[in-house]
Design a protein around this ligand. Sequence first.
Ligand code: CP
Length: 333
Amino acid sequence: MNTSKPRATLADEATLQLDASGNLRHLLTLKGLDKALLIDILDDAEGYLTDPGSLPARSQSLAGRTVANLFFEASTRTRASFDLAGKRLGADVLNLDVNTSSRKKGESILDMIYTLQAMHVDIMVVRDASDGVPAYIARHVLPHVSILNAGESDVSHPTQGLLDMLTIRRHKGGFENLVVAIVGDIRHSRVAMSATHALTTLGVGDLRLISPPVLAPDEDRVRGARILDNLPEGLADADVVMALRIQRERIGNLDGIPGIDEYFANYGISHESIKHAKPDAIVMHPGPMNRGIEIEGSLADGPRSVITEQVTNGVAVRMAVLDRVGKTMAARP
Ligand code: CP
């Protein structure tokens, strides 16, 4: 990112996001958050889920608060669900169109943040293509302001990680004995990073990250997971299979990346390849999907798929996180 500030480490960010009493003030990364806190957030989110066809859960816990959605990178699911989540908690929600903001006239990100603070924005939801931006902002805001990471480069997507955990728990009951296979462009995926952080903290039985070697992660970023390049081996007896798209926007040089047909044949999650997993394995994808590349369209639409549930659970998880940082604000002396 364009700043002279040193890059914050994930350990710094883990410390930054809790207040002196251990309450969640910012959500920047799942790495370093303890198991009890993750479970508490999942339990809170569970409470916001209603049966299909029922009216969504609502409360007024954020009445009088203002949430600003600041998406410096494209989004459908995360942005829309933070918008709905804030409104369902009674907050005023500001969706700033960054493309028509004064950032286009050269205003710095901090001047933009200070401007929003002056309008009494309490919670800023930030997505950015550069690493370190949510933590950088969190270090500069006033003590009463919370920053929520809505997707940071290839580093972290904590609310996606939480909604994925909620979806897995609702189908499989827990994590301890599960075999989870995440397949695709692991190297450039913030979704894979946050899922790895959460699953290892929650005590997953066996976490496998499967990709062509050119899209494999550095080992030190995914401690606790096994890195594999053979799909049948990686899917063998899996309980949960998560497909990821190739993050072309983060890959400077596409040399060495397999073509579409070769990629689908070797790493596509299809009716054929899913036979290696357990018969009751669930199929996940964070979206957006590239049908016919990392996942077969009819499998994504079929009975094993929980992809639309992931989207639904995303609103509940974001309500739980917004409510939690709101409570931290309210408890502040
Ligand atoms: N999963 C996810 O982050 O989707 P969006 O990019 O549409 O928000």
